[in-house]
Design a protein around this ligand. Structure first.
Ligand code: S3P
Length: 168
């Protein structure tokens, strides 16, 4: 059943889901969860190791299972999802059935500015790539993923998304 106290942030890596999510949860006095952290807890390994040892397919299944588990509770929360989460296994439909999805729509050039080389390199999807390969991959991901993100019930655009601005 749709519960408006289950707020789920979606968007590209580096769009500010965790930062905004934490601030919003504080303000609302809801719990804050980061889907990647929940996955790491469940598996007892960090995301990079899960990708390296088990592969992306395994990660995506685990991600969907942990998302489903989180959505099925009764607790009020703000959940920041990983950038790919809404794009696999009908996860976006599930999110919309159970709660309120919010797309943080940050233009790609802002994302590139925000994610410095090191921050990008530690993300497993970009491991071993040089900057120009990363930029190309990010552009492709952006195009492929936008249709899923656009299914969100609420869309916040670019510069509107400063936690201070939104939550003051
Ligand atoms: C991924 C984004 C990551 C993490 C994993 C895969 C993606 O989360 O879930 O590395 O497919 O975009 P962030 O969006 O928090 O970087």
């Amino acid at each position: 059943m749709m519960d408006p106290r289950k707020i789920v942030l979606v968007g590209m890596p580096g769009s500010g889901k965790s930062t905004l999510g934490r601030a919003l949860a504080d303000k609302l006095r809801f719990s804050f969860y980061d889907l990647d952290d929940l996955i790491e807890e469940k598996e007892g390994k960090n995301i990079a190791r899960i990708f390296a040892e088990k592969g992306e397919g395994y990660f995506r299944k685990l991600e969907s299972a942990v998302l489903e588990e989180r959505l099925s509770g009764t607790e009020a929360f703000v959940l920041a999802t990983g950038g790919g989460a809404p794009c696999y296994h009908e996860n976006m439909q599930r999110i919309n059935r159970e709660g309120v999805s919010v797309f943080l729509d940050v233009p790609l050039n802002h994302i590139l500015e925000r994610l410095t080389g090191t921050q990008l390199a530690i993300r497993p999807l970009f491991s071993g790539m040089d900057t120009s390969e990363i930029i190309l991959k990010l552009k492709n991901m952006y195009v492929e993923r936008c249709p899923f993100y656009e299914m969100a019930k609420i869309k916040l655009r670019g510069e509107d998304i400063s936690p201070e601005l939104l939550i003051s």
